[in-house]
Design a protein around this ligand. Structure first.
Ligand code: ADP
Ligand code: ASP
Ligand code: MG
Length: 450
């Protein structure tokens, strides 16, 4: 059995869905279980409806939903059998409409936002299951929510592995074993009482990995719009090259620091069983892509010690300066307790003798953190920053590498430098507007032309 996940651009329109059908047809002997994202752009369009709801504008809400339904109708009509999905799509859209109308004039609650955000996956899977059937590939649509039971941290919910393992086997195996292709949603789940949740943006990769682990799949394929994990985001560095293989650790580092091609948690569920992840291009399905697995042979990219460079914008740096931390203990613990209490995730940390700098991505709960940190020392916050991560082999043991990196990024100002314990990454902070140029300069330095 294999798990095949198709991202938004791999199901963007009828042409993409035809390619998906071809890819799955070729894999039928391997019993594919299919995980699908929303059609490209649909999740953003759904989330954008929160504004007219808040503004109390029912016409704009209706127009937004109608446009999305029309897009699914157009796509469905171009696919044999696709139209059979439309009743279900329209019924879900009608339920969404009345839920949003009942919230007019106020901000959506987190649970309502998750219900809204997850509609795209419910629609896309209806369409794809119908299109597969229409093309003669027996397929069964399946609601993932009773399988993907999560906590109630809306927007970033965590699934309960025990429930997931049992239910995934109970619900999915019988379908796959009868030669049918189960088609289910990435990204979404539900609490034990059935309230819809989401696993965080880009979470379909994580869904696929969770199902892969639960079903002991022989591999998890992530079908996307690039030919694998690359030396940099090809949108920024057009000459970026594909890595033939990568380790879980390397992939997780790159994803954590902005390589959107993979959700940062994807490798986690697969580590114990050592199940490989293969990142593949749905437009060029015959390309080998990148295989991510524990025994990966990490080849050097030419003579470069660096394997890949990623960057992430929207970062805030929090600096704490406390002369009394010099020679005392318990200071870092006190500081991290503040972040923990407010559930603010810290990405990068750099510490000197009397000061600590750390980065956070989610600024929404930062104000109370800053207030409490002020009891420990002088605090200042810098917004609009980006993290750049350089991932390579044995970086810590490569003499002169740091100097080479920082020479290459000049004249950009480098602010927080951190080298992880793993010896595979070096991260630093730059101003957001400098991010793309810094990535391009580093790529040119370590991989040649841009
Ligand atoms: P999907 O909808 O298939 O999940 P995403 O848009 O989430 O696709 O992720 C694919 C995108 O990730 C690519 O189009 C590319 O621009 C971006 N990306 C960023 N960093 C990298 C990288 N190192 N390698 C490959 N793609 C990357
Ligand atoms: N559709 C969701 C998103 O846009 C999940 C995903 O694509 O993985 O974030
Ligand atoms: Mg994605």
């Amino acid at each position: 059995m294999i798990v095949c996940k198709f991202g938004g651009t791999s199901v963007a329109d009828a042409g993409a869905i035809r390619r998906l059908i071809g890819i799955l047809r070729a894999r039928l002997p391997e019993q594919p279980v299919v995980v699908v994202s929303a059609l490209a752009g649909v999740t953003d369009a759904l989330l954008a409806l929160a504004d007219p709801v808040h503004a109390g504008d029912p016409e704009l809400v209706d127009a937004g939903i109608d446009a999305l339904v029309r897009r699914h109708e157009t796509t469905a009509r171009e696919l044999p059998g696709g139209a059979t999905a439309l009743d279900a799509v329209r019924a879900e859209a009608a339920a969404l409409r009345s839920a949003l109308h009942s919230a007019l004039g106020r901000r959506l609650r987190p649970a309502e936002t998750d219900r809204l955000a997850g509609c795209g996956e419910l629609w896309s899977t209806r369409l794809i299951a119908a299109a597969l059937e229409g093309a003669g590939v027996p397929a069964t649509w399946l609601d993932i929510r009773p399988i993907m039971v999560t906590d109630d941290r809306f927007g970033r919910a965590t699934p309960y592995p025990q429930v997931l393992n049992t239910r995934a086997r109970e619900c999915l195996l019988p379908i796959a074993q009868t030669g049918r292709v189960p088609v289910s949603q990435g990204f979404i789940g539900a609490t034990a009482d059935g309230t819809p949740t989401t696993l965080g943006r880009g979470g379909s990769d994580f869904t696929a990995a969770l199902l892969g682990a639960a079903l002991s799949a022989s591999r998890v394929e992530l079908w996307t719009d690039v030919s694998g994990l690359m030396t940099a985001d090809p949108r920024i560095v057009p000459s970026a090259r594909t890595l033939a293989e990568a380790s879980y650790e390397e992939a997780a580092e790159l994803a954590t620091f902005g390589a959107r091609v993979l959700h940062p948690a994807t490798a986690m569920p697969l580590v114990r069983a050592g199940i490989p992840i293969v990142v593949l291009n749905s437009r060029q399905p015959d390309r080998p892509g990148t295989t991510i697995e524990p025994s990966a042979e990490l080849e050097r990219m030419g003579d470069s010690p660096i394997r890949s460079i990623s960057w992430k914008k929207g970062i805030t740096v929090v600096n704490v300066r406390a002369p009394r931390m010099l020679g005392t203990y318990g200071f870092l613990r006190a500081m991290f307790e503040v972040f923990e209490r407010h559930e603010v995730v810290v990405d990068v940390l750099a510490s000197g003798e009397v000061s600590v700098s750390l980065t956070v991505e989610d600024r929404t709960r930062l104000d109370p953190v800053v207030r409490e940190l002020s009891d420990l020392g002088e605090v200042w916050v810098e917004d609009h920053r980006a993290i750049v991560a350089v991932v390579g082999i044995g970086l810590r043991h490569t003499p002169g590498l740091a100097a080479r990196i920082f020479r290459a990024v000049q004249p950009a100002n480098v602010e927080v430098i951190s080298q992880g314990a793993s010896a595979i990454n070096m991260t630093f902070v730059v101003r957001e507007e400098d991010g793309p140029d810094v990535v391009r300069r580093l790529h040119a330095e370590f991989f040649g032309s841009c």
